[in-house]
Design a protein. Structure first.
Length: 598
């Protein structure tokens, strides 16, 4: 062993003792070390050079040179080769350095080649060696999208290409998360607000999903999505309902009813009008409908056995639930199917079967025949825009790519599906630790890591579970009844509603006061310093208000605000006052919008 290795491994053991015992201290024999033209070490793997053959250090300097200390907060090295670039990143003292490497042997080879002293002495250093995606994203999710500066070199990741591709997808999803959330907020915030206000009364008239918590431990659950592969399972649904709890997403309901089966539960949580169209004109008298408080209001007219609510994802519903009692949270992974799966999980299901959750396009179809999507395509088709055109647009609209189904056959998917895939893989693994195993009844679906294919014929061989279902519903209703009897919170809906409207009025009066102070200061500049003091007091009240989050839902996003503020044309010394004036006016507008629908 050389002196570089001895020094590096000692520092590594001291800094990361939890990693040191996970692998034998072996080097990657497939990495061939060479000397670059500048006499520094370089290396190649499978005839791919991990670094420059001429000047690896200069190459590393170029890789990190675009790092912006004012915007970026963390380097993320997806693979690192011999470690030139991470060492070069050490000059950014306040930045976090995150190294993701699949192989201990590759990492140890780097420790045996370059002096890592300044890296191990860097204050903010995180090293992942053969870590899970969940472990990696747990740390990366602490940063905002623009704070991550990712460096990935194909030659350094090719030895474990699939692993590093999964890491890259997870990073990309994290980086896009804030932008997606902000764009979604810009587009739908007023819809969420309007729906939430109109649906508030249902918070006092419905039970929450928490009454089902762990009540279904003796049952299996089938999650029914609207993928094309559902067609193959529909003929067995009547028999399957005798052996499991059927949880159907709204997009699949029409197909299920057409097959003569009413599901046990229907899940619909999307606030948009088109989601209501999936169940418009339908009814399912024996089903329980699971809703979120921001859904399109007409959904509450749906004819069913019972309506149950899950906890709201939006500020208005959250405010009222905090005062009246929470309904019970369900996971939101970007798809109603993720919410349906999470409902089965909180019920304590011993097994969860996915059906029609294709995460792709089997036979290049987008949805099951007879779904609202297909019917809408037929309704809106003409000689120039045929049904085939609609399907093609769906197939190529989000960067198509080929994946594998449960029988290792190719299935066309797209990058949009990766988000759902990642959510399922992460949460299914966690659910297994608590005793809930997930399977797929449809072999044509894209394979999810940790999910096995389960032939429907095997499920049909099982005993019926009518008595277990009766017990499940009885115990759940008993739990809800006991909670009502033992409720500590005695607030009535009317009291909470009146208090909320009063807080909004008070919040608006403070905003109007701030607006008035700004106008006076702009008319008389001698009042500016005095105004700043008064505005600080107003801002403190607003920031501590219980209603500010509800108002913020229809408040402009940061990007929208920056765009509007960019139009402020005034002397530099008056900009802050004008910006404050803008904030107060937008807050007043937001409260006026809320009050319009309350």
């Amino acid at each position: 062993m050389n002196s570089i290795w001895n020094k590096n491994i000692e520092l590594f053991e001291k800094r990361f003792p939890h990693l040191i015992d996970k692998a034998e201290k072996e080097f990657a024999s497939e990495i061939i070390l060479e000397t670059a033209k500048d006499n520094s070490p370089t290396a190649k793997w499978n005839n791919l050079y991990l670094h420059s053959k001429y000047n690896p250090l200069r190459e590393a300097q170029n890789l990190v040179s675009s790092y912006n200390e004012n915007e970026n907060k963390a380097f993320v090295f997806v693979g690192m080769g011999l470690g030139y670039a991470p060492l070069e990143a050490c000059k950014y003292k306040d930045s976090t350095i995150i190294i993701i490497e699949k192989s201990f042997k590759h990492f140890y080879t780097a420790l045996n080649t370059l002096d890592f002293t300044k890296l191990f002495e860097h204050e903010k250093l995180v090293i992942f060696l053969d870590a899970t995606i969940e472990q990696i994203t747990l740390i990366l999710s602490r940063f905002k999208e623009n704070e991550l500066f990712v460096i990935k070199t194909k030659a350094q990741t090719e030895y474990a290409a699939e692993y590093f591709e999964t890491v890259s997808i997870a990073i990309e999803q994290l980086k896009n998360k804030d932008e997606i959330n902000e764009k979604t907020l810009e587009k739908f915030s007023k819809l969420w607000t309007r729906n939430s206000c109109k649906n508030l009364k249902w918070l006092r008239e419905t039970d929450g999903v928490k009454k089902y918590l762990l009540q279904g431990r003796r049952l299996s659950f089938i999650i029914i999505a609207a993928g094309p592969s559902l067609q193959n399972i529909l003929p067995y649904m009547k028999e399957l309902k005798k052996r499991a709890v059927l949880v159907c997403v709204n997009t699949a309901l029409h197909a299920l009813l057409k097959a003569g089966v009413e599901p046990d539960f229907i899940v619909i949580v999307d606030p948009q009008y088109y989601c209501y169209l999936h169940i418009k004109f339908l009814s399912s008298p024996s089903s329980t409908l699971i809703l979120e408080s921001a859904v399109y209001p007409s959904i509450f007219r749906f004819k069913c056995k019972e309506k149950i609510m899950c906890s709201s994802m939006f500020p208005i519903g959250q405010y009222f639930e905090k005062q009246l009692g929470e309904k019970g949270a369900l996971g939101a992974g970007g798809s109603v199917t993720t919410t349906a799966w999470d409902f089965a999980r909180i019920c304590g299901a011993k097994e969860i079967f996915l059906c029609g959750m294709d995460l792709g396009f089997p036979n290049k179809m987008t949805h099951i025949k007879g779904s609202y999507f297909e019917q809408n395509a037929h309704t809106n088709s003409n000689r120039l825009n045929t049904v085939e055109n609609f399907n093609v647009a769906s197939l190529i609209g989000a960067a198509p790519e080929w994946k594998k189904d449960y029988k290792e056959n190719p299935i066309l998917s797209d990058k949009k599906m990766n988000l759902f895939l990642w959510w399922f893989e992460k949460n299914i693994k966690n659910a297994e630790l608590t005793g809930s195993k997930t399977y797929s009844l449809t072999s044509e679906s894209q394979k999810i890591e940790g999910v096995e294919y389960y032939p429907v014929e095997k499920l049909l061989e099982r005993d019926e579970c009518e008595e277990e279902k009766k017990e499940f519903y009885f115990n759940s209703n008993k739990a809800a009844e006991n909670e009502r009897i033992n409720a500590v919170n005695t607030n009535t809906f009317e009291t909470v509603y009146d208090d909320f409207t009063k807080i909004l009025e008070e919040l608006k009066s403070y905003a109007k006061k701030g607006l008035s102070l700004c106008n006076k200061a702009l008319q008389n500049r001698t009042l500016i310093n005095e105004t700043y003091i008064k505005l600080k007091q107003i801002d403190e009240y607003i920031l501590n208000s219980n209603a500010k989050n509800a108002a913020a839902l229809v408040f402009p996003t940061q990007k929208q605000l920056e765009k509007i503020a960019g139009e402020i044309n005034c002397p530099k010394e008056l900009y802050s006052i004008n910006y404050s004036k803008l904030i107060y006016q937008k807050l007043i507008d937001s409260i006026n919008y809320l009050e319009k629908y309350l």
